[in-house]
Design a protein around this ligand. Structure first.
Ligand code: GDP
Length: 295
C-alpha cells in the first residue's frame, strides 16, 4: 500500500457558544472521539476527534476559550494559548449561524491569525427561513477574513457536511495518516473530567462565570468498572459560588449530572461524580495556582 496522495492535518473547530461546534464534531466523527497527545507543545490539553475518509485524515482539535475575550490575567493566558495552539493547526473551521452573524462571531473571526487557512461553516441551515439572507452574510464574512470557502451546513440534519470535509481536505498538507483509523487512547481522563465540568458550567451559566472559575480533580479512582471522581470548582467570590450552586444546589446538580453523562459516554462506563464549590480569592491572577490547575 502506498501513502501517495494521502492528506492528514490538524483542524480546529471554533466559534461562539451554541453555534453547533460539538454537534458538528460529533456528526463528523461519531462516537469515535479519540484523545491523543498529538502535539506536545500546546499549553492546554486538547480533545481530538479523528475523521478518516478515503485518502484524508482530519485530526480535530478543540480550543476551549477561543470564543471569548476577557481582560483578566487568566484570559490573557488563554488567548495566548489559543493563538499558540493554532500555530500547529493546518486549518480552522469557524462555525457561524446561517443567516445571522452577531458581534461575538466577528470577535472570533478577529482572533484568527493572519495567514490561517479557514473555512466558514454557516450552520443550522435547516432553521433559516429566508435563504436570501445567506448571500449578504457571505459577502460580509468575505470582507472580514479571506476565507478559503464558506459552506452552508446543518450539522444536526447532516447537510453540507461532505462539501465541508472536501473544503477542509483542500487545506490539508499531503502526508501519511498519523493514526490508525480506529485508534482510541484514554490518555488523561482526569483532565477530560475537569474539562467536561468546565464545559457544562460554561454552557449552563453563560459566558462570564466560567472564566471566573477553575476546576480541579481532587480524586479519580477506578473501582471495578466505576470511575469515582471528586472535583472542586474554585471561584473568586461568594456571590459566584451562589450562582454556581443555584437555589438549593439545583444548578450545580444540573451541571454535575450533565458532565457525568458526557464522561460516561466518553469513558464507556459508569461514573460517580461529586462536585464541590469553593471560594478562593484572586485565584485567576495567581500563576502558581493556574499552573497547578493545568492552565
Ligand atoms: P456549541 O456550543 O457550539 O458546541 O453548540 P452545540 O453543538 O452544543 O449546539 C448548540 C445547540 O444548537 C444545540 O441545541 C444543538 O442541538 C443545536 N444545533 C446544532 N447544530 C444544529 C443544526 O444544524 N440545526 C439546528 N436546528 N440546531 C442545531
Amino acid at each position: 500500500m502506498t501513502d501517495a496522495g494521502q492528506r492528514c492535518g490538524h483542524v480546529a473547530i471554533v466559534g461562539r457558544p451554541n453555534v453547533g461546534k460539538s454537534t458538528l464534531l460529533n456528526r463528523l466523527v461519531g462516537a469515535r472521539i479519540s484523545i491523543t497527545s498529538a502535539k506536545a507543545q500546546t499549553t492546554r490539553h486538547r480533545i481530538t476527534g479523528i475523521l478518516t475518509r478515503g485518502d484524508t485524515q482530519i485530526l480535530f482539535v478543540d480550543t476551549p476559550g477561543f470564543q471569548t475575550l476577557h481582560r483578566s490575567r487568566l484570559n490573557t493566558r488563554m488567548n495566548a494559548a489559543v493563538t499558540q495552539s493554532l500555530a500547529g493547526i493546518d486549518a480552522v473551521v469557524v462555525v457561524i449561524e446561517a443567516g445571522r452573524t452577531v458581534e461575538a462571531d466577528r470577535a472570533v473571526v478577529r482572533l484568527l491569525p493572519a495567514g490561517a487557512r479557514v473555512v466558514a461553516a454557516l450552520n443550522k441551515l435547516d432553521r433559516l427561513r429566508d435563504r436570501d439572507a445567506l448571500l449578504p452574510q457571505m459577502a460580509e464574512l468575505a470582507g472580514l477574513f479571506p476565507f478559503a470557502a464558506i459552506v452552508p451546513i446543518s450539522a444536526e440534519k447532516d447537510r453540507g457536511l461532505v462539501a465541508l470535509v472536501e473544503e477542509i481536505r483542500k487545506l490539508l498538507p499531503t502526508g501519511r495518516h498519523a493514526h490508525d483509523e480506529d485508534e482510541i487512547t484514554d490518555r488523561d481522563e482526569r483532565f477530560l473530567a475537569a474539562e467536561f465540568v468546565r464545559e457544562k458550567i460554561f454552557r449552563l451559566l453563560g459566558e462570564e462565570l466560567p472564566y471566573a472559575s477553575a476546576v480541579a480533580i481532587d480524586r479519580f479512582v477506578h473501582e471495578g468498572a466505576v470511575r469515582r471522581i471528586h472535583a472542586t470548582v474554585y471561584v473568586d467570590r461568594e456571590n459566584q459560588r451562589a450562582i454556581l450552586l443555584g437555589a438549593g444546589g439545583a444548578k450545580m446538580k444540573e451541571i454535575a449530572s450533565s458532565a457525568r453523562t458526557d464522561m460516561e459516554r466518553l469513558f464507556g462506563g459508569p461514573v460517580f461524580l461529586e462536585v464541590w464549590v469553593r471560594v478562593k480569592r484572586g485565584w485567576a491572577d495567581d500563576d502558581a495556582q493556574l499552573s497547578r490547575l493545568g492552565y
